[in-house]
Design a protein around this ligand. Sequence first.
Ligand code: ZN
Length: 506
Amino acid sequence: MKSDYAKLFKVARHARILEGISSHLGWDQETYMPPGSAPIRAEQFETMAGLIHRARTGKKFENALKKLIDLKTGALLSEQLSDPQKAALKEWRRDYLHQTALPVSFVEKFAKLTSQAQSVWRTAKEKSDFSAFLPYLKKIILLSQKKADLLGYQEHPYDALLDEYEPGMKASTVTHLFSQIATALRPLIIRASACKIKDDFLKGPWDKEKQIAFGKEILTAIGFDFNYGRLDFSSHPFSSASHPTDSRITTRMHTAHLMDPILVILHEGGHGLYEMGLPKEEYGTPLGEARSLGIHESQSRWWETRIGLSLPFWTYFFPKLKELFKQELKDIELHDFYLAIHKVSPSFIRVEADELTYPMHVVLRFELEKQLIEGTLKPKDIPEAWNAKMQEYLGITPPTDREGCLQDIHWSMGGFGYFPTYTLGNIYAAHLFTSFSSTFPDWTAKVAKGDLGFIRNWLHENIYRHGKRYSIDELLKQATCGRELAVQPYIDYLSQKYDCTLPNAS
Ligand code: ZN
C-alpha cells in the first residue's frame, strides 16, 4: 500500500514531466525549429499549458494534497512526515494556492492581452513610438494591479507580484537594498568611467568556431557535464532544463566582440550547473526545483562575474586564449586584457551594460514599476520619468524611447516584479561569496592553477542540493553561518574592484 505522500509525489511528477516536455518545445523553438512551424508550435504550447494546468490544479492533485496538508490553514495532517517532506508540502500548497487564486477567465484575459501587446511593443520599439504601446501598457498595469489584489498582500501591491518570482521578498526590502546600491555606485561610476582604458583589441571580427571551442573548454572546467547538457545558439541566450540529466544552454553569436559569447556561456553555464545539481530523486517535488529566480541568477552571476571576471581566472585562461588567437592577441598582456574587460561606460541598453553600471538599469526599472503599480506614476509619463532617472543615475539621456523605456520585452509580457531578481542575484552572490572565500582563503591561488571543481562542489553543498527545501532567507543564512542578507558585500566587491583596478590605467 502506497503512502499518501508517495501518491502525491506520483501525481506531481507527472505534472513535472509535462512541464519538461513543454520546456523542450520552447528550447527547440528558439534554436532549431523551422520558421514555418510557428503556428503548430503555438498550438502545441497551448495544449501542453492546458495539460499542465490541469495536472497542477485538478481534483486528482488537490485530493492527494489535502490528505496531507490543510489547504486553508497550512496545518500538516500526517504524523509520519519527515522534515524534507514537510517542507515540500508547504511549497506544494503555496504553488497550488497561487495557481488557483486567479480565475481562469482572468488568466485567459491576461494571456490574450499580453500576447497582443508583445507584437504591438515590437513594432512600437522599432519605430520608437511609445504612444502606440501606451494603450496596451495601461491595460496591462490595470490587470497587474488586479492580479496583486487577487493574489493578496499585506504591505504593498508590488509584493504580490514580486512574490511570484522571488517568494517572500518585499518591495520595502528591495527599496532598502537598491537605494544603498544607487547611493554607493553613483560616485564610483563617475570615477571609473573617467578612466581611459584601451579595449579596441576586443573588437572583432573573431572566429566564432574558436570562440565557441574556448567557451566549451571553460564550461567543462567549471563542471558542466556534456553528457547531461548541451550548448547551442539563439538570438536571446537562455538556459532551460527538463531534468537534472538534461540541461540546455545557449549563447548568441557575436563575432564583433571577443568576450560577449564567452561571458554569456559562463552566465548560462552557471544556470545550467544549478539545474544539473538539483537532486534527481526529488524530481517532481519542490525539493527538486530551483529555489527562485534570484537564487538562479546568483548562480549565473557568480560564474560570470565573481569567477569569470576575476584576475586568477584569467591568469590561468588568458594564455590559453592567446594560444587560440595567436595573431590577434600577440601583443596583449594579461594586465591590459584584464583592464579592458573591466572598462566602465554608462550606456542606454541594459543587456549591453558593463558590470558596474548594470545594477542602475535595474534600480531604475524597479522604482518605476513600483510607482506604476501603486498608481503614483501615470503610464503616459513613463518616458519622461525614465529619462530623468537615466540622467540622475548614469548621467546620460536616451535620444529615443527605443533606447529608453521601450527597450525591454518584460512589461509587454506583464512581467511586473521580474526585474529586481537580476540585481538580487548579484546581491545574493556577493553575500554567498563572503562565506565561500572564508572557507577557501586560498581560492585565488587554486583558480589561478585552473582548479575550479572545488567551487562547484561548494555551491552544490550549499545551494544546488537543497532545491526548495528552505526559504530564500534560510538558504542564504545557512550558507553564510547565519549572516543576515546585506548589500554591503556587493558594494564592497564593486568598490574594491573598480577603485583599485582602474586608476592604474588612467
Ligand atoms: Zn541569467
